[in-house]
Design a protein around this ligand. Structure first.
Ligand code: MG
Length: 180
C-alpha cells in the first residue's frame, strides 16, 4: 500500500481571493513547491482534494477550473513536482449541479479521500491531510488519515491537531517525525 499527502488547495497552497476562475489570479505561497518536492521524494503520493462550489454556483466553468489547475501544475513543475491526482467537488447544498445538491464529496464529507484511497491503494494510517479549515480536519478524521492544520493558531474544538504556519513547516515536521 502507498502513503499519501492529501492537500487542500485554496488557503493551503495558494492565497484564496475566492472562486478563482482565471489562472492569472492563481499564485502559490512561498516555498510550496519546495515543500511538496521533499514530500514527493520521500515517497508520498501528492493528491489534491478541493471543494470548488464555484462550479455549481455558475462562477467557474470546467474549462476555467482546468486552466487554473494547469497553472498550478506549471508552477509546481518549476520545483520538479507532479501531483499524482486532483479530485474536486463541484457541488453545494444550495446550488443543484447535474441534479445533485447533497453529495458525499464536499468536504467535510469523506468522498474525495475515500475515492483516492481506493483508486491508488493508499494506507490511510500512514497518510496525512493538510488544510486550513475545520472541514479539512473533519475529512481527515472521517477517512482515518492524520490531519494537519495550516494556520497561525489551532481551531477551537481541534486543539490537538498539529498546526503549522506554513506548508513548508508542516512538511518538515512530517519528514522529521512521521508519526505526529
Ligand atoms: Mg482551504
Amino acid at each position: 500500500m502507498k502513503k499519501a499527502i492529501f492537500l487542500d488547495r485554496d488557503g493551503t497552497l495558494n492565497p484564496d481571493p475566492g472562486y478563482i476562475s482565471d489562472p492569472k489570479d492563481f499564485e502559490l505561497f512561498a516555498d510550496v513547491g519546495k515543500a511538496l518536492s521533499k514530500l514527493q521524494k520521500a515517497g508520498y503520493l501528492l493528491i489534491l482534494v478541493t471543494n470548488q462550489s464555484g462550479i455549481s454556483r455558475g462562477l467557474i466553468s470546467l474549462p476555467q477550473l482546468e486552466a487554473v489547475h494547469d497553472k498550478l501544475e506549471r508552477l509546481l513543475q518549476q520545483d520538479g513536482v507532479k501531483l499524482d491526482a486532483i479530485y474536486y467537488c463541484p457541488h453545494h447544498p444550495d446550488h443543484p449541479y447535474e441534479g445533485i445538491t447533497h453529495c458525499n464529496c464536499r468536504k467535510p464529507e469523506p468522498g474525495l479521500i475515500l475515492k483516492a484511497i481506493s483508486d491508488f491503494d493508499i494506507d490511510p494510517a500512514s497518510s496525512y491531510m493538510i488544510g486550513d479549515r475545520s472541514s479539512d480536519i473533519k475529512i481527515a478524521l472521517k477517512s482515518s488519515v492524520k490531519p494537519i492544520l495550516i494556520g497561525k493558531t489551532p481551531i477551537a474544538g481541534f486543539e490537538n491537531v498539529s498546526t503549522y504556519e506554513t506548508l513548508s513547516l508542516a512538511a518538515d515536521a512530517i519528514l522529521n517525525n512521521p508519526i505526529i
